[in-house]
Design a protein around this ligand. Structure first.
Ligand code: 3HC
Ligand code: NAI
Length: 714
């Protein structure tokens, strides 16, 4: 619209521009400008109402346009305002002014529109955008539903089924897949403004008609009762534990069953129900936690970032292969190093098989498979790594082996190359001592399967430079990982906190709990599977291997995972051999309870003098989850994690902790730290030696509980 005459008036977050078109018509354009995502904060809402009223009052204005010059049309309501304050005018009030404007209001979506942003567009009389532009109603991911008419207007424009899909899944959709929503969809964003102006001229020529979405009749026959019943059924497992999805369905149902005005009231009631839920608090906490993970004090804007153009990976085993795929997927060449050619060939062949499986599922084209494989080369010579910018070591978990590798890397890698280890437990400071450049050494702890799991623990040593930390955290984003910065200790944050989880599950089996009961309670709590199913799937021998390396730490407790150790001694190492804590039929992953395991528990308990009894659901949750939280408190006290929300991000992305609980630390904040502290004291005092050994509350937990504070207050 720059080629025409214009007059601009600035408001805080909405810029008002009066444009005279070539046919001497006047169009008022309201440019929303509230970086970084054009959230519809109070200043934007005030600005929109002020300028809408001005445009309506100005007799020369014939059409009003709402658009933005930012990269997004709008990221929706300002989530940081959800905690309260003076929020007038609210978003529905703004949309009322738009929809009831006597002059046509045209939304020109120059970029993505989410949540309230799309709701603004839906309340306009006309909508224009470009084909690939993404729009969506992702409120469900924040534990709420679209609360500014989205559940009533989208079904009227997109159809009930499409609206249901978008609102319940929260997934964005490209504009060209929404013909009912957009009046004009141009091919590219470059031509959008010219087309918008031509469209405004046409609206004026046609008599400047307003066309309210609320007046559109829903085709009720397209939304029979069964549609909603089927939808609920299909969603049952996926939405397990979440509060908002069912309310989203009810709101869309209301759009079919009620007149618009009543539908809006119903939407408002359901919105408030969601907003007051603990799930919404948790999911909104997690939204900010994920973003806060990248805000670290270890570097600032001035800290330089190194270029990562080529990567070396040592070890083409389970982890090395998965890690390599992340870089190839991002278009970064990788050189893989193995001791022997056959191990290298095996590793590369496995990567190819993984890609080909993705291609079979239609996720990649044959060409993409070749392109990615083309970025992967192999070598058995360290000299091949002389030019790489980053090396990630993923060899056997043994200090002497790792140090040998790092010594060799130090000798061949160019100055400035970052030397990283994927160790899960070893002291990375000690690994760095094998080099003459400990400031370039860092831990990059990927989770298995490394090409799938989103989490990356970035482990700084006492010597890692800010530049190396910043470079690796930025690199994580490039390979589509969520990076959380942590410090060195055994198991870092995630694996250190999980220790109590397996330990208490095993101990409760000794005390009379059944594996299927314990697993069910933890599954119902929201984890993807219970501790015994998980142990069998990962291999009970892996757990035994880790325990072996921790003998010093656990030797004072003769009952420590004793049942798991005995099962491993009997060769019952889990799913891979058809028997572990459970039995498995050939080719099946379904755990079958085995009475002989309970018999073994009874015997061992008698030998150790442990009394068997019934264990309640509540005790199972408290004894499995609270020690994790307690360890989290120690981790915060020691500065291994900088903030409690970082721990939550690690647990949701690395261990499947339910996002509707926000992570273990948010869960503790929600139920109250005094509840956690009191339960820790109770088990310490009631479980004899076991209690004394493992349930001493962390000093930080005690302090915060006494002060009535939360981890998030730190
Ligand atoms: N409100 C407040 N702050 C927001 C925000 C929002 N809607 N969306 C993003 N932000 C903040 C982030 O916290 C981050 O802050 P930081 O720099 O201090 O960490 C900053 O904006 C940039 O965000 P991202 O790093 O996520 O930026 P990206 O460019 O990667 O992604 C985005 C942009 C796709 C818009 C993404 O931010 C996003 O998904 N935002 C949330 C969208 C959403 O859920 N909208 C619905 C809101 S609820 C609603 O509209 C209710 C209504 O129905 C009444
Ligand atoms: P793996 O046994 O599957 O692979 C290790 C590979 O390293 C083998 O192919 C081996 O031939 C190769 N190798 C050994 N010594 C070497 C050397 N000196 N030079 C070159 N190659 C060498 O092991 P995995 O599971 O991939 O683990 C690797 C590392 O990743 C370990 O430190 C482990 O603790 C860590 N890790 C493992 C996770 C898992 O779930 N498997 C998760 C996170 C970290």
């Amino acid at each position: 619209m720059s080629q025409v005459e214009s007059k601009t008036v600035n408001s805080d977050a909405v810029n008002y521009e009066l444009i005279e078109t070539p046919s001497a018509n006047k169009v008022a354009v309201l440019w929303m400008q509230n970086p970084p995502v054009n959230a519809l904060s109070k200043s934007v809402r005030v600005g929109l109402i002020k300028h809408l009223n001005a445009a309506i009052a100005d007799e020369s204005v014939q059409v009003i346009v709402i658009s933005s010059k930012q990269s997004l049309f709008s990221g929706g309501a300002d989530i940081s305002e959800f905690s309260g304050g003076d929020l007038e005018p609210n978003l529905p009030a703004v949309l009322d002014v738009i929809e009831n404007s006597p002059k046509p209001v045209v939304a020109v979506l120059n970029g993505p529109a989410f949540g309230g942003g799309l709701e603004v567009a839906l309340s306009c009389h006309y909508r224009l955008t470009f084909a690939s532009n993404k729009v969506g109603l992702p409120e469900v991911n924040l534990g709420i539903l679209p609360g500014a008419g989205g559940t009533q207007r989208l079904p009227r424009l997109a159809g009930v089924q499409q609206a249901l899909d978008m609102i319940v899944s929260g997934r964005p959709v490209a504009a060209d897949k929404l013909p009912g929503v957009f009046d004009v969809v141009v091919d590219s964003p470059e031509t959008l403004l010219t087309s918008a102006l031509a469209f405004c001229e046409k609206v004026i020529a046609d008599g400047s008609k307003v066309r309210k979405t609320c007046d559109v009749k829903i085709d009720v026959s397209s939304a029979p009762k069964e549609l909603f019943a089927q939808y609920r059924q299909g969603l049952a497992t996926k939405a397990r534990g979440f509060f908002a999805p069912e309310r989203c369905i009810q709101a869309v149902e209301a759009s079919v069953e009620l007149p618009f005005a009543q539908g809006l009231i119903r939407e408002g009631e359901l919105f408030m129900e969601c907003m007051r839920s603990k799930e919404a608090r948790a999911q909104q906490h997690f939204f900010f936690a994920e973003r806060a993970a990248s805000h670290v004090k270890d570097f600032d804007k001035e800290t330089p970032v190194r270029d990562i153009k080529q990567v070396g990976i040592i070890g083409a085993g389970t982890m090395g292969g998965g890690i390599a795929m992340n870089f190839a997927n991002a278009g970064i060449p990788v050189i893989m190093l193995e001791l022997k050619q056959d191990a290298l060939d095996k590793g590369l062949a496995l990567i190819r098989k993984n890609y080909e499986n993705s291609a079979k599922k239609g996720k990649l084209t044959a060409q993409q498979v070749e392109d990615r494989m083309g970025l992967l080369t192999g070598s058995t010579e360290y000299a091949a790594l002389c030019n790489v910018d980053l090396v990630i070591e993923a060899v056997f978990e043994k200090m002497s082996v790792k140090q040998e590798v790092f010594k060799a890397l130090d000798a061949v890698c160019k100055p400035g190359a970052i030397l990283a280890s994927n160790t899960s437990t070893l002291d990375i400071d000690e690994i760095g001592e094998a080099t003459k450049r400990p400031e370039d050494v860092i831990g990059l702890h990927f989770f298995s399967p490394a090409n799938v799991m989103k989490l990356l623990e970035v482990v700084k040593t006492s010597k890692t430079s800010p530049e190396v930390i910043k470079t690796t955290m930025k690199m994580a984003k490039k390979i589509n990982k969520v990076a959380v910065l942590v410090g060195v200790c055994f198991g870092f944050v995630g694996n250190r906190m999980i220790e109590g989880y397996g330990r208490e599950a095993n101990r409760m089996m000794l005390e009379g709990g059944t594996p299927e009961h314990i697993d069910k309670v933890i599954y119902d709590f929201g984890l993807p599977m219970g501790p015994f199913t998980m142990g069998d799937m990962a291999g009970q021998d892996i757990g035994a291997f880790v325990r072996e390396s921790r003998r010093e730490f656990i030797k004072h407790d003769p009952s420590y995972c004793i049942l798991a150790d005995k099962l491993v001694e009997q060769g019952r190492v889990g799913l891979k051999v058809g028997k572990g804590v459970y039995l498995y039929e050939a080719g099946s992953r379904k755990p079958i309870p085995d009475p002989s395991v309970l018999e073994l528990a009874k015997q061992v308990a008698a030998d150790l003098g442990v009394a068997q009894r019934d264990i309640s659901d509540q005790e199972i949750i408290e004894r499995i989850i609270f020690p994790m939280i307690n360890e989290g408190a120690l981790i915060l006290e020691e500065g291994i994690a900088a903030k409690s929300s970082d721990i939550d991000v690690i647990y949701v992305y690395g261990y499947g902790f339910p996002v509707y609980r926000g992570g273990p630390m948010q869960y503790a904040d929600e139920i109250g730290l005094k509840t956690v502290y009191d339960a820790m004291c109770k088990y310490r005092d009631e479980l004899g030696e076991h209690g004394k050994n493992w349930f001493e509350p962390a000093p930080l937990l005690k302090k915060l509980a006494e002060q009535g504070k939360r981890f998030s207050d730190l």
